[in-house]
Design a protein around this ligand. Structure first.
Ligand SMILES: NC(=O)c1ccc[n+]([C@@H]2O[C@H](COP(=O)([O-])OP(=O)(O)OC[C@H]3O[C@@H](n4cnc5c(N)ncnc54)[C@H](OP(=O)(O)O)[C@@H]3O)[C@@H](O)[C@H]2O)c1
Length: 324
């Protein structure tokens, strides 16, 4: 499935732009020459409108009149909050996605790129997973609410193409981290939560407690790399089907390895304790970036140890404003 994209005068609305990935896209657009002549970029957060509310969503589109949308807004959390609130993650994300996609369609938006997530993949599957396998069995039970809401975006995209010829598509990032992430122990994703904890442990002379065994494997993707790929997808990717936007299978590492990179980057010499009474979540969700590599054979991802170091440096330098 593919449809024509009208790239010329673009007014790009980025929803959920105050988050990790939105900030990365903003950086690429304004500080890496990502913005082209004739383009206008608008970055919004929930302060500009609650996208679970259809009236407020329509008002946002009426105000900014986008031609293109990068849809990042989502109710997002770490493993432990997902375990407690699956219904809330399901309902809020279904509302946000339906309001954004239908309003985009009604107002003539020609292209929408939404962000799915690798946690939508089936729990029981063969590895590496690719884009054709996302609906082949239930997702991991820990975050089934969020995962099903995200899967439905892909169904919606196919339906908007079938019924209206719309090129609404999606990218599937794996574990993203970088500046402006959520570094709190409660709601942060694993890598950033450990950065926050390690920094605090160093200040207080205590040990770092890591949830779980540290054995699960993850593909950690630097947010700025993902930002560059999403901007490419907005301009060049013509398929309705999703594309995995991640470092490759060979760059998958254990959480323990990531923790050691963080300790080294922050020069933490204290004890690291793995709390094996806590859930590990999925042991692996290895995803193939083969499709992306076919489209962008020369794209170079930032090596994970360098990206971890840059994220730690950002956290220390921006401690006052960081979400910690
Ligand atoms: N981070 C990852 O590892 C990862 C991995 C795979 C996929 N993704 C997906 O990528 C997208 C962006 O992720 P992120 O990590 O950048 O998210 P994030 O840091 O949690 O930011 C979420 C964004 O959504 C906005 N938002 C939340 N509820 C909203 C509502 N009801 N109305 C309007 N805006 C709302 C937030 O606005 P406020 O700041 O004003 O609340 C914020 O801008 C999400 O769709 C997420 O599912 C993320």
């Amino acid at each position: 499935m593919a449809s024509e994209i009208n790239v010329g005068q673009m007014r790009v609305l980025v929803t959920g732009a105050s988050g990790l990935i939105g900030k990365a896209i903003e950086h690429v657009v304004y500080h890496e020459g990502g913005k082209r002549d004739g383009e206008e970029w608008i970055f919004i957060s929930s302060k500009d409108g609650d996208l679970t509310d259809l009236g407020q969503t329509k008002a946002v589109f009426e105000k900014f009149r986008p031609t293109h949308v990068i849809h990042l807004a989502a109710k997002v959390g770490g493993l432990f909050i997902h375990l407690k609130e699956n219904l809330r993650f399901l309902r809020e994300n279904i509302l946000i996605n339906d309001n954004v996609l239908q309003t985009a369609h009604e107002t003539g938006v020609t292209k929408v790129v939404s962000c799915l997530s690798s946690c939508i993949f089936p729990d029981k599957t063969t590895y590496p997973i690719d884009e054709t396998m996302i609906h082949d069995g239930p997702p991991h039970e820990s975050n089934f609410g969020y995962s099903h809401a995200k899967r439905i975006i892909d169904i919606q995209n196919r339906a908007y193409f079938q019924q209206h010829g719309r090129c609404y598509t999606s990218v599937i990032p794996t574990n993203v981290f970088g500046p402006f992430d959520n570094f709190t122990a409660e709601n942060g994703h694993v890598l950033s939560a450990v950065i926050g904890k390690t920094y605090k442990a160093k200040q207080e002379g205590t040990q770092v407690n890591v949830c779980g065994t540290g054995n699960p494997r993850r593909q950690f993707t630097y947010s700025l790399d993902l930002g560059r790929i999403i901007i490419w997808a907005l301009r060049e990717y013509k398929e309705v089907e999703p594309i995995i936007a991640s470092v490759g299978v060979d760059e998958e590492i254990t959480i323990k390895e990531a923790v050691h990179m963080i300790a080294e980057s922050l020069d933490f010499k204290g004890k690291i304790h793995y709390d094996t009474t806590m859930s590990d979540g999925q042991m692996r969700k290895t995803a193939s970036n083969g499709k992306l590599k076919c489209y962008l054979p020369d794209f170079t991802f930032t090596p994970v140890n360098e990206a971890v170091k840059m994220t730690c440096d950002w956290f220390v330098a921006n401690y006052d404003i960081a979400n910690k």
